[in-house]
Ligand binder design. Structure first.
Ligand code: BGC
Length: 266
């Protein structure tokens, strides 16, 4: 049976855990060959590559720190060496280093911006260069598809997380400005903005009954998201089913950005 992403190659940064892992799995299930980038969890990335290969797909795991231009270039070289090119790039790597504003160290500020914002800049730049180098392919109407992993915090302010919120606010304008610049070449740039998705990054927010009850007050739809919710959105955004979607942020958040605190207040 024909699959939505057959004969396409996808590179996912930060694919060894959380949302990146779920997105990589979903893209592979949709028929894409996948390059699984990881920073430090080699075992998880290698295991996922093995699992995908055993199921009849194609996958490699590639180590790289996305904040380092040389490592990002080497990651794209590895992708070309194995699969010739790439059609879909998901700039997903991200981290949190939370603290009250007055206590936030410069290091914690810089580390978060380096991965979450500079990492997406470097990954996207290498992607655009590769799409141009390779030229059109019959596998898709677009020359290439780039998906930036944003967050509801590109619009929802977040006390105690100014570094993270600033990085995601930055992604909002980064994505739109880049989308405007490269759309004439038929490169589609979009973002996904997840809400609270059950992953290690926010374990404290859902792993006790009390925390979960508090978190659910922020989610009108009444459940925490799963990585598969984001995986499905990524498959659609990466496929020709969304060919006319350009420069958009797709919120996948159970209604978190509806500001439910206002439902009976204000
Ligand atoms: C953060 C999570 C948080 C969610 C909703 C995400 O971007 O990484 O820690 O639970 O936003 O607030």
């Amino acid at each position: 049976m024909k699959k939505l992403l057959d004969n396409q190659v996808a590179l996912i940064t930060g694919a060894s855990s959380g949302i990146g892992y779920g997105v990589a799995k979903a893209l592979a299930e949709a028929g894409a060959a996948v390059v699984l980038n990881y920073h430090s969890h080699a075992e998880a990335a290698e295991q996922l590559a093995e699992e995908i290969t055993r199921a009849g797909g194609a996958a490699i795991a590639v180590q790289a720190d996305v904040s380092d231009p040389a490592q990002v270039n080497a990651m794209f070289d590895a992708c070309r060496a194995r699969f010739d090119t790439v059609d879909i790039v998901v700039a997903n790597s991200g981290l949190q280093k939370d603290s009250a504003f007055a206590d936030m160290t410069l290091q914690d500020w810089q580390t978060v911006l380096a991965t979450n914002l500079t990492g997406q800049f470097l990954t996207s730049q290498a992607a655009v260069r590769e799409f141009r180098r390779r030229g059109p392919r019959p596998v898709s109407k677009a020359l290439g598809k780039l998906i930036c992993m944003s967050s509801v915090h590109e619009v929802i302010p977040w006390a105690g997380h100014v570094n993270y919120a600033a990085s995601k606010g930055g992604i909002q304008m980064f994505m739109k400005s880049l989308a405007q610049e490269v759309a004439p070449e038929r490169i589609r740039v979009n973002s996904i903005a997840p809400g609270a998705i059950r992953t290690p990054i926010n374990k404290d927010a859902w792993d006790t009954d009390a925390a979960l009850e508090k978190l659910l007050r922020l989610i009108p739809y009444g459940r925490v998201g799963e990585t598969d919710d984001i995986g499905k959105a990524a498959v659609w955004l990466a496929s020709d089913e969304s060919d006319y979607v350009v420069g958009t942020t797709l919120f996948v958040d159970g209604g978190m950005t509806l500001y439910p605190g206002f439902a009976d207040n204000g």
